[in-house]
Structure formats: C-alpha cells, structure tokens
Design a protein around this ligand. Structure first.
Ligand code: 13P
Ligand code: SF4
Length: 324
C-alpha cells in the first residue's frame, strides 16, 4: 500500500479530519510530534510542536505507544533511535532533507578516516549512518554550547551544514573542519531583495536561522533556531519582522503576536522556495491515513540504532545540564 512512500487511499472530503485525528490519538495512545515547518493544519493538531531539539527531547520522554512524526525522515529516525521498541509512523516516507543528503554515509566515513585526530560533531540534520560516525550531535538550539563543551585543544570536524559551522566558528573562535553541505531552503534568500525590503520597512527587524548564508546573517538583528526566533518575536517590542527561515514558522509567530506583522524573507527567484518541499510533502490527509493504518512505518537496522543513539544521548545530557 505504501509503494510510493505514503498511503495512496482516498479520503472522503466530508470527513472532519481534525475530529478523526483526535479520536485516533485516544484509541491508539498516539502522540503527534510536529516541526514548526509543517503546514498550519498539521501544526494545529500536534500534541507537541517544536524545533529539532524540542522534538528529540519529547521523543525521549514520551509514554505513547504510537509516535506519529510530522516532520522529515532524519527527525523520525531520531525518535525511533530513542524509542527502538515503539512504532514510529510518518505521513510520507519520502520527506527527506537536502542537507542530510549532502553527507552520504560512505563519503563521510572516508572523510572522517582522513582526520583520525578529530572528533565529530554532527548537526542533527543528517542520516543515522552519519550520526553513528559522530561523537556528539547538536541542533541549532544547542550547537554553541556543544562546541564549547569540547576541550580547546581537541580538533573538531563539524558536519554537514557549512553555514551553521561557519557561524559557530565565528561565535566560539574554534577552528573546525567543515563538511561542505547546506540546506536548499536557507540558501535561497536574496541579499539584494532583503536589503530593498529593509529600506521599504525601516522599522522591521531581520531575524534569521543560522543555516542561512553569512551575508544574510551579517545583516540580521537576531539569529537563532526556530524556537529562539519565535521566542524573540514574543518578547521583542518591534512591530514588524522579516523572517529568514522556512515560512511554516510564521503561523506560530502570527498566533502568538497577532498585532505584529511577519514578512517571509524573499528568495532569489519568484518561487515559493522558502517552503521546504520535503516538509511540505506531509498533508493532513496523509497524517490521518498514517495514524489510521499505522503505515508507513519507519523501520531501522537495530545495530545502526544502537550506534547512532550514543551521540544523541550525549547531546541530550549536555542540553539538560545547561537547561536547554
Ligand atoms: P531547528 O529545528 O533546529 O530550528 O532547525 C531547522 C531545520 O532546518 C529543521 O530542518
Ligand atoms: Fe532539510 Fe532545509 Fe528542509 Fe530543514 S528546511 S528539512 S534543513 S531541506
């Protein structure tokens, strides 16, 4: 039934999917974990909505029997690695990540072997294979603290995001060896168009995710993970923001601060490229179907899960130590 990566079953347009999903949650003791980049309707039915760190932390502590992961493949993998005995389903198995894909396991292994005196810090946006080759995982919420937790004399490989890596080098003063990967969404913002937008909206603050390129970050008034960006717009007293990250986060910003306006940062061409095409493969209908039929299920090699778990646990321990 899931040969295309999702359940190809028609759903009656008369069905109240919000109601049906709530019923299925109770019936199956299921939890919906969703990332801020999901469509608004999916965000509205989520039991927990968050950034990559929040989602990993919720996955670690859930008591649900069924984990329904509305995000992309590497995020669902992290939930499964932390819950090897639970069933993890996702609306569309094809929801990948250009950043994770930029570091194929076999190439990363060869790269690591060339630098045996380095330890590996990997951004959570990577495959389970790359996680298993890493010493410690980080997310955009805790990356600085994780890098700073490593003794100064220790050499570090940082993978796979070159923009986050360069940002961390600047913030921490550590000279890390960077893997040359990037996110297709965060690299699409146009410096020229943002500059013009700032002239037209002189009061607007530019807020950016650290996966953006350096010239955008240089212009930004605030840089942070999706949760940090959302919290900033809640506390800051500006009325207008240009948001340089995936456009899904605007839903929560608008709900939290209805009196403020949020302008998605413009991409280099006229497409809706600041919508992640992977995240947006998930729809409310596919979410309903995957809960109802418990398919597609994420299945992983047990040995790989054990190897990839250690560096994730190290990340969670350090995050807890710093109250992140
Ligand atoms: P965070 O969830 O850490 O903000 O990362 C954003 C992202 O690109 C997720 O794919
Ligand atoms: Fe990957 Fe970028 Fe999409 Fe996040 S926004 S899932 S990093 S492609």
């Amino acid at each position: 039934m899931t040969s295309n990566g999702f359940l190809d079953v028609s759903v009656s347009p008369e069905l109240d999917l919000f109601l049906e999903i709530e019923k299925l949650k109770k019936e199956k003791n299921a939890i919906i974990l969703a990332h801020y980049y999901q469509n608004s309707d999916i965000q509205d039915v989520a039991d927990y909505l968050g950034d990559s760190l929040g989602l990993a932390q919720q996955a670690e502590k859930t008591t649900a029997d069924l984990i329904v992961f509305a995000g992309v493949h590497f995020m669902a993998e992290t939930a499964k690695i932390l819950n090897p005995n639970k069933k993890v389903v996702l609306p569309d198995l094809r929801a990948g990540c250009s950043l994770a894909d930029s570091a194929p396991g076999y190439l990363f292994r060869a790269f690591k072997e060339k630098h045996p005196d380095h330890i590996v810090i990997s951004y959570i946006n990577c495959s389970a294979e790359v996680k298993a080759l890493s010493d410690i995982i980080c997310t955009s919420s805790n990356a600085q603290k994780i890098v700073e937790s490593i003794p100064k004399e220790q050499k570090i490989i940082f993978a796979p995001d070159r923009n986050l890596g360069a940002y961390l080098i600047k913030k921490t003063g550590r000279d890390m060896l960077l893997w040359d990967g990037a996110c297709m969404v965060h690299e699409i913002f146009s410096l020229e168009k943002i500059t013009k937008l700032k002239i037209r909206h002189p009061e607007a603050k530019l807020i950016a995710h650290p996966e953006c390129e350096e010239p955008i970050l240089r212009l930004a008034d605030f840089i942070g993970s999706t949760t940090a960006l959302l919290n900033y717009t809640k506390k800051d007293d500006s009325k207008e923001y240009i948001v340089a990250t995936e456009a899904g986060i605007l839903h929560q910003m608008e709900l939290a601060s209805p009196q403020k306006s949020f302008i998605p940062a413009p991409p280099t061409n006229n497409c809706a490229c600041n919508d992640c095409p992977h995240m947006k493969l998930n729809t409310l209908e596919k979410l309903y179907l995957c809960m109802k039929y418990e398919e597609p299920e994420l299945l992983m090699d047990p040995g790989l899960m054990v190897a990839a778990r250690k560096p994730i646990e190290r990340m969670l321990e350090i995050s807890a130590k710093y109250g992140l």
